[in-house]
Write a protein that binds this ligand. Structure first.
Ligand code: NAD
Length: 356
């Protein structure tokens, strides 16, 4: 197969971790006789420096004309005070929305080799953590109208949150289809005791659930979900929720698995094309030192193979190689523990390739 992958190395540790993922993709290409063509684009802070905008037109066009996008991370203190219209994150919001990527899938999976790194008690962790948060990505309050006005001599800020039936229906289908490939259990998270958007969310979720009689379905209020994720994470298989709740809960979910550097994510729409990225940011505090953990990005490449390229075997080969490297005791600084062998970002990439 021939696949064109748009590469956004981005800022901070982005170039270091994406380079390792590209090495892994190239190795898969050779082993399985696929042709992967990389087209690298500028986006984020580095694009602001070069072009005065975080997403040049040509960069967006390349995202719209490829088979999938692989992203490191964008942003950093250098661009914290630029005009909001060109902020580094704006580039990602525009790419997601222009590519129609409305579903963000974030696996929260505890690697048994890293159980010590979880902040949860051993008695909770030993039950296992393996669920996916399916977050609606291009609707809700992050995309609503916003304004700050002055009334009676004080500032008033407003953010509008809205959801339409079709936006809820399409994310519901992704959640149920994902559950069918996993543990057949969906929990929809909302705040239906307070919000109108949540009441509509629940109504549509319950309608779609009827089309999936083989999948067990329940609702949960978001405040309870935040508690249950730390109290009994083993009860979850697929959590589906709206944009802002998903943003918060998926960060909580990733934290209980140990390291932010290990977790991949995918953003999908109606077609097979997606955007794949680790869940962490550009980690400016460790950038340029070759100590970042590239595993989240490498596993994002594995997700790309599975969800966008229909290459399940290739995807599993990458996941297996990651497990072997961890079993052999190799660790980057962020997941290092007593008695293990500390390796750099590029050494971790090389080891994963060695065990592929
Ligand atoms: P961060 O995720 O970049 O870093 C948080 C902590 O985790 C830091 O101590 C960092 O060193 C560590 N860390 C993160 N990734 C790591 C890895 N792969 N290996 C080892 N350690 C790792 O979050 P932050 O510091 O809040 O944000 C830094 C910048 O990243 C900000 O400008 C923010 O806006 C941006 N950001 C970008 C994205 C994205 O591009 N998708 C997402 C989140 C944050």
């Amino acid at each position: 197969m021939k696949k064109i992958i748009t590469i956004i190395k981005g800022d901070g540790i982005g170039p270091e971790i994406v380079t390792e993922a590209m090495k892994v993709i190239n190795t898969i290409g050779k082993r399985y006789h696929h042709e992967f063509i990389f087209q690298e684009i500028a986006a984020g802070g580095n694009a602001i420096d070069q072009y005065g905008t975080s997403l040049p037109k040509e960069s967006l066009e390349k995202c719209l004309n490829c088979d999938s996008v692989l992203l490191g991370a964008v942003g950093g203190p250098k661009w914290d005070h630029v005009d909001p219209s060109i902020r580094p994150e704006k580039a990602l919001l525009t790419i997601r929305s222009e590519m129609g990527l409305y579903a963000n899938l974030r696996p929260a999976k505890l690697f048994p080799q890293l159980a010590d790194a979880s902040p949860l008690k051993e008695s909770i962790v030993s039950e296992g953590i393996d669920f996916v948060v399916v977050r609606e990505l291009i609707g809700g309050v992050y995309f609503g109208k916003r304004s700050t006005i002055t009334e009676n001599d004080e500032l008033i800020a407003r953010d509008e949150m809205s959801y339409s039936e079709h936006e809820i229906k399409r994310i519901a289908k992704i959640a149920f289809e994902t559950a069918r490939k996993r543990g057949k259990n969906v929990i929809s998270v909302d705040k239906a005791n307070v919000l109108d958007t949540s009441r509509l969310w629940r109504k549509i979720m319950e309608q779609v659930a009827k089309d999936y009689p083989d999948v067990n379905y329940n609702n949960m209020l978001v405040d309870n979900a935040a508690m249950q994720i730390v109290k009994c994470p083993s009860q979850f298989d697929v959590i589906v929720t709206e944009n802002m709740f998903g943003d918060i809960l998926s960060d909580e979910a990733s934290m209980i698995t140990g390291s932010i550097g290990m977790i991949p994510s995918s953003s999908l729409g109606d077609g097979t094309r997606g955007m794949y990225e680790p869940i962490h940011g550009s980690a400016p505090d460790i950038a340029g030192q070759n100590i970042a953990n590239p595993i989240g990005t490498i596993l994002s490449a594995a997700m790309m193979m599975k969800y966008s390229f229909d290459m399940a075997e290739e995807s599993e080969a990458i996941e297996k190689a990651v497990h072997t490297v961890l079993n052999e005791g190799y660790r980057t600084t962020d997941i290092m523990s007593f008695g293990k062998t500390k390796v750099s970002c590029s050494e971790m990439g090389d080891l994963i390739i060695k065990y592929l």
